[in-house]
Each structure stands twice: as C-alpha cells, then as structure tokens.
Design a protein around this ligand. Structure first.
Ligand code: NAP
Length: 246
C-alpha cells in the first residue's frame, strides 16, 4: 500500500470534475480519473501529474455502463493498493419539457447520473470495507431540492443521489465509511454556458451572493468532506449555491 491517499474522480476531463481532481491533487492525493474520451482524459491526467508530481491513472470509461465503471474502480484500487475517496461527479443533462421528453432522454440521464453512483459505490465498498475507512462523495444539484422545469429527468437523478447518499451512509457507517453529497447551485461550466449570457445574468440576480459559483467553490467542499476534519459528517447534502436555495 502506497503512502499517499488515493481518490477516484469520475467525469474529470473538464468542468467541476477536473477542478475537484486538481484540488485533491493539491491536497496530496494520487488520482484515478475518467471521462468519455481517451484523448481529453489523458490530457487532463498529464496536466495534473506534471503540475503536482502525483501519480494519475486516466481512463476512458462510460460510467453509464455497469461493467465499465466497476472494472475501472477495481483497476484503480488494485493499481494503487488502496482507495480512500470516491467522488461520483460525472453527469449529463438532456433538458426538455416532460410532455416532449423521449424515453432515451430519461434513460440516459438516470443511467449516467444515478445508476453510475450505485455501481461505482458498490465496487468501491470492497477495498474501503477492508480498510475500515473511506469517503464517498456524490455530486448532486440544488435542483434536486428545488425542482426545475425542463429538467424532470435530471432533477429525479439528483434527488435519487440525495436519497441514495442517506441510505448508504446508514448502511456502512459502522464500517468507518462516510457518504455525503455536495449540491452545487449554478456553477460556470460548459453545462451552464449552454444557457446563454442573458439567462445567466437573470440567474445571478436571484442569487444572494450575486454571482454564479466557480468550480473551485464546489471543489473546496469536496476536499473538506474528504479530509480528516469531516470524519463525523455522514449522510449530509452540503449545498454550495451562493444562497439561491436555503
Ligand atoms: P460538464 O462541464 O458537462 O462536464 C461533465 C464531465 O462528466 C466531463 O468530464 C464528461 O466527460 C463527464 N461525463 C459525462 N458523461 C459521462 C459518462 N457517461 N461517463 C464518464 N464521464 C462522463 O459538467 P459540470 O458542469 O462540470 O458538472 C459536473 C457535475 O456537477 C455533474 O454531476 C453535474 O450534474 C453537477 N452539477 C453541475 C452544476 C453546474 O452548474 N455546472 C450544478 C449542479 C450540479 P467528457 O469530457 O468525456 O464528455
């Protein structure tokens, strides 16, 4: 077993996932990261390895595929000989009104955002239980609590994450493993850039802190929950939203 703690971050080729991986690298973790494309995830991995002098395992993995995501977790745990933290971050949107939503819009979002969290966590439990220690951190969303028109599938997937988080936390607390969620508000990434400038300005007006969040705001919450100081926190959804929902 290596000296350094090891964290897995899914969906880390860009956006919030990349910044979470970067913050964990800065906190001294070796990393296993995945995204859908080999080229972009390897680039992200090389950047982090060069900048922080850590070891990074970077793989193209479709987290919606149970076998792929479980094989990736197992490979990472075997490669590093330990697994301290799993961050389930990969997520997609397929926004449209309920009346028009195709079955595939529903299925893809549930498989990518929610079923992946079950499958990845299930695979991570083995090495974590053996070590009697571990942290699972799931990236939810403020809309799980608020609802959002045009995002029925996405909101259901994130609400499912919050419920899964509480349930798994109760199930495995006695094994020294904590399970929490971080629920970002509107964060400036590719996902929110799709909304356009005008919609983003209107959103910022409804946020008490007067701005969209930055990926770094979310990453700081994840690093906190991963660290020793959060050892007595489990089953929680930590909102990072500038006050837009309280
Ligand atoms: P993003 O910029 O669209 O990036 C999504 C990441 O997930 C990319 O690395 C992408 O990889 C990866 N990914 C997507 N589908 C995948 C799959 N099937 N298998 C493996 N990786 C996959 O999104 P983001 O804004 O950073 O969001 C990250 C997380 O935060 C998501 O769970 C999202 O729901 C949540 N969130 C975001 C906001 C926000 O305002 N941005 C707010 C609340 C919650 P590729 O590069 O290969 O596509």
């Amino acid at each position: 077993m290596g000296d350094r703690s090891v964290a897995i971050v899914t969906g880390a080729s860009r956006g919030i996932g990349f910044v979470i991986a970067r913050a964990l690298a800065g906190a001294g973790y070796d990393l296993a990261i995945c995204g859908t494309r080999t080229e972009t995830i390897e680039q992200a991995g090389n950047r982090l390895a060069d900048e922080f002098g850590i070891e990074v395992l970077a793989r193209a993995v479709n987290v919606a595929d149970r076998e792929q995501v479980q094989a990736f977790i197992q490979q990472a745990a075997k490669h590093f000989g330990r697994l301290d933290v799993l961050v389930n971050n990969a997520g997609i949107t397929r926004d449209t009104l309920a009346m028009r939503m195709k079955e595939s819009d529903w299925d893809e979002v549930i498989a990518t955002n929610l079923s992946s969290v079950f499958h990845a966590s299930q695979a991570a439990l083995k090495p974590m239980m053996r070590a009697r220690k571990g942290r699972i951190i799931n990236i939810s969303s403020v809309v799980a609590s608020m609802g959002n028109p045009g995002q029925l599938n996405y909101c259901a997937s994130k609400g499912g994450i919050d419920a899964l988080t509480r349930s798994l936390a109760r199930e495995i607390g006695s094994r020294g493993i904590t399970v929490n969620a971080v629920a970002p508000g509107f964060i400036a990434t590719d996902m929110t850039a799709e909304l356009g400038e005008e919609a983003q300005r209107k959103l910022a007006e409804q946020i008490p802190l007067g701005r969209l969040g930055q990926a770094e705001d979310v990453a700081a919450a994840v690093v906190f929950l991963a660290g020793d100081q959060a050892g007595y926190i489990t089953g929680q959804v930590l909102h990072v939203n500038g006050g837009m929902y309280m």
